[in-house]
Design a protein around this ligand. Structure first.
Ligand SMILES: O=C(O)CCC(=O)C(=O)O
Length: 410
């Protein structure tokens, strides 16, 4: 009798084991489907590019070897957009410019947040709403002096507009994360389906600020001064964001969200046929937060409620957005939204994106959804990772509409 009962129980246990295996099996299959999905979209993008029927690789190499970027082409007087920059038809990002969007991106006034607790609470609520829906907002009265912002813009313009033969000496595709200043056109030139109509130089400023002579002379002093201001502002914004999540003010700082800062400085030359190409393909940012300064030309758009909405230019304002890692640690409380930049007949357009993250660096810190934000009804949506693993995956993927977060989803 007892033996019979025991056999029955063993059968139940075996049965349960079998079910666990089925669940594990299903999970593996779901992961495989996600990976396949990513691959299909990548192939799709590449196929679209291939339908243009030409030796794209050879043209990319030729373009890269000039070390003169898109600006070099414009300076040489081209009147037509070369094939490598052309968007595959029928996709034309400019066609969505027609209807005025119903929504406008929130502008948050930071004045008084230190002295006035009531105002601070209001700002915290505004940030919570903006990052939970848009993933973006603009901020004014943020404390960074306007002359510092203007000088930074001038310094960046000075770098791009210096003698080309001298500028070429900074040109590199070193993606080890060890080179302080990485100047090139399109970091993902050889993997992206379409080449962006822009040149960039990325400067790593924190955690170990560069020595002045490691930076280009046109912007060396201002880069150091600007990054100090932006770091201070970023830390203040991260405190407000922690409060917006119902956490201690220092929570996101203690997590290391302000340990690393790299500034991506972009130059979008005027484009003879802007409707055929794109300034920056749609993408999300990899890091925790991005604090962006844009000039008066415009063209930045954010994807919100199924439509592309302009990020209007406001003198003296910064645009702030959540990156993928912030979405991961907040378990989707804050969203990392897709954005893109249109090419323009007017220009050049200058923008400076301050990315809070340590790229391709072993920080020894494991990041996952914040435990305090989880519950039985709201379990972790992402697996744990590191800044190094995340940024390597992001870098390898390049700028595409597929979020790097897909790869880390549970
Ligand atoms: O140029 C801009 O306004 C945006 C740049 C951007 O999206 C980026 O650097 O990730």
């Amino acid at each position: 009798m007892v033996a019979n009962k025991l056999t029955g129980k063993t059968d139940v246990v075996d049965n349960l084991k079998g079910k666990t295996e089925v669940v594990d099996n299903l999970k593996e299959k779901t992961d495989a489907v996600e990976t396949l999905k990513e691959k299909v979209v990548a192939i799709d993008d590449n196929l679209s590019a291939c339908t243009l029927h030409y030796d794209r690789k050879a043209e990319l190499i030729a373009f890269d070897e000039t070390k003169s970027g898109v600006k070099g082409l414009v300076d040489a007087g081209i009147t037509e957009v070369p094939r490598i920059f052309r968007l595959p038809s029928p996709e034309n990002p400019n066609s969505d410019q027609k209807s005025p969007p119903e929504h406008s991106l929130p502008v948050i006034n930071l004045e008084g947040i230190k002295e006035d607790p009531i105002r601070r609470k209001e700002v915290v609520k505004e940030i919570k709403d903006a990052l939970g829906s848009w993933g973006f907002f603009q901020m004014v009265n943020h404390g960074v002096p306007i002359n510092v912002m203007e000088e930074m813009k001038k310094g960046v313009l000075g770098f791009f507009e210096q003698d080309n033969e001298v500028k070429k000496q900074w040109y590199t595709r070193d993606s080890s994360g060890k080179t302080r200043v990485v100047y090139n056109s399109n970091f993902d030139l050889f993997s992206a389906p379409v080449t962006n109509w822009r040149d960039s130089f990325l400067c790593t400023m924190y955690p170990n600020p560069p020595k002045p002579d490691e930076l280009p002379p046109q912007c060396r002093d201002i880069l150091l001064e600007y990054s100090n201001h932006v770091m201070k502002l970023g830390r203040a914004v991260l405190e407000l964001m922690s409060e917006a999540l119902g956490l201690d003010s220092n929570y996101l700082l203690d997590l290391g969200c302000a340990e690393g800062l790299s500034i991506g400085n972009h130059y979008y030359p005027p484009c003879p046929q802007p409707e055929l190409t794109i300034g920056t393909l749609e993408h999300t940012d990899a890091g925790f937060i991005t604090i962006l300064q844009q000039d008066h030309i415009g063209g930045l758009k954010v994807f919100y409620q199924n439509e592309w909405t302009d990020v209007p230019t406001i003198p003296g304002a910064f645009v702030v957005n959540a990156g993928d890692l912030l979405q991961l640690v907040t378990n989707d409380n804050f969203v990392s939204s897709r954005h893109k930049v249109m090419a323009n007949k007017a220009g050049p357009r200058i923008s400076m994106a301050s990315f809070f993250m340590r790229y391709l660096t072993d920080t020894g810190k494991v990041l996952g959804p914040i435990k305090e934000l989880l519950s039985e009804d709201n379990p972790a949506k992402y697996r744990e990772t590191t800044e190094k693993e995340f940024s390597s995956h992001y870098h390898q993927k390049g700028l595409t509409k597929i979020s790097a977060l897909m790869h880390f989803k549970i």
